[in-house]
Write a protein that binds this ligand. Structure first.
Ligand SMILES: *Cc1c(COP(=O)(O)O)cnc(C)c1O
Length: 329
């Protein structure tokens, strides 16, 4: 069945044996125009909110499709990872790893606690993950040796799962989008817009769009001030992912990740990670009219950026795509 083969394996058959994939969600994810949104009627949505057949969805599940097989290849039975209190990444990891018999330990730093975060903490508790509240990044780093020893030297994953292997999830999403463009579902978009928390989503999209031969730019709306997420960091992650693909045997020509392919903006960050903004709140209300449920930490701020981009003459009337990365259940 075509559905069980990721685009990466179809495009580079040599990867099927060297880069195992675990299907955790149904694809392709729908691509629909958000009629009535914006001023030019050219805003589309790639709906990754519905990606993931387990108890949580969204962009982190695409990363886990490549990460979990790597954890299993290392014969590891526990993952140690980090995030903030409301971590979508930690929750998705705990739930999907549990389904494979792998335990999860989370070291969580503080973030402003609101309704949204409280609900997430309940879900985290129910996921069965072992949670250490380390409060700050400095304390997490100081406690790292203890955490590793205490949990039997687990498989470590950085915040958001943004390793080159995790980033493959959005190389795959970009190839999927390119297939949808090729089959006539929409014209080639001028840009895709995503929130940036740890960078894997934006970096994967950038690499995948270039591999697919599209000229579509990536607009990266930074919502996190606790990690280095400048253009060079995101391009560096995309390069690392390109190297991974080549090292596993994929054959392709030179990839141009420069030339204004990536636009990184911190304009919608506000006071910092997890702090809601008035612009984000307003954007979430606009999105709700189109049937989208956005979260205050990531997608509301990215959608605020998208609405401003829509009004800007930079891309004329060409379509722009919002990636809905938030997957509550
Ligand atoms: C983690 C997250 C993002 C950001 O993705 P990164 O790959 O970490 O940059 C965007 N939206 C939501 C809802 C997320 O949970």
């Amino acid at each position: 069945m075509a559905e069980s083969h990721p685009e990466l394996h179809r495009r580079y058959p040599e990867l099927a044996a060297t880069l195992p994939h675990l299907r955790l969600g149904s694809r392709p994810r729908p691509l629909t125009r958000l009629d009535g949104i914006g001023v030019r009627n050219r805003v589309w949505c790639k709906d990754d909110s519905g990606f993931g057949d387990g108890g949580w969805g969204g962009n982190k599940v695409r990363k886990l499709e490549w990460i979990l097989p790597d954890v299993e290849a290392h014969r590891s039975h526990r993952i140690l990872t980090v995030g903030a209190l409301g971590t979508n990444w930690g929750l998705a990891t705990a739930l999907y790893a549990r389904d494979r018999g792998i335990d999860t330990t989370l070291a969580l730093i503080d973030q402003p606690v609101d309704e949204h975060v409280r609900a997430q903490l309940v879900r985290l508790h129910e996921s069965g993950a072992t949670v250490h509240r380390t409060h700050t990044k400095a304390r997490t780093i100081a406690l790292a040796p203890w955490l590793f020893a205490r949990h039997g030297f687990p498989y470590y994953l950085p915040a958001g799962g943004s390793t080159p292997i995790g980033t493959l999830g959005y190389v795959e999403a970009a190839l999927e989008l390119a297939e949808q463009v090729r089959s006539g579902e929409m014209p080639e978009p001028a840009a895709v817009v995503t929130a940036v928390g740890s960078g894997g989503t934006a970096a994967g999209l950038l690499l995948g769009l270039r591999l697919a031969g599209l000229r579509t730019r990536v607009v990266a709306v930074v919502v996190n001030d606790t990690l280095p997420l400048a253009e060079r960091d995101l391009v560096g992650l995309a390069r690392g992912t390109e190297r991974l693909l080549r090292s596993r045997g994929a054959r392709f020509g030179p990839v141009d990740l420069g030339s204004g392919s990536l636009i990184v903006t911190r304009r919608w960050l506000g006071p910092g990670y997890g702090h809601p903004t008035a612009e984000g709140t307003a954007a979430a209300r606009v999105a709700a009219d189109a049937g989208l449920t956005l979260d205050p930490v990531y997608t509301a701020k990215a959608f605020a950026g998208l609405l401003a981009l829509d009004e800007h003459p930079m891309f004329g009337d060409a379509p722009i795509v919002f990636v809905d990365t938030y997957g509550p259940r």
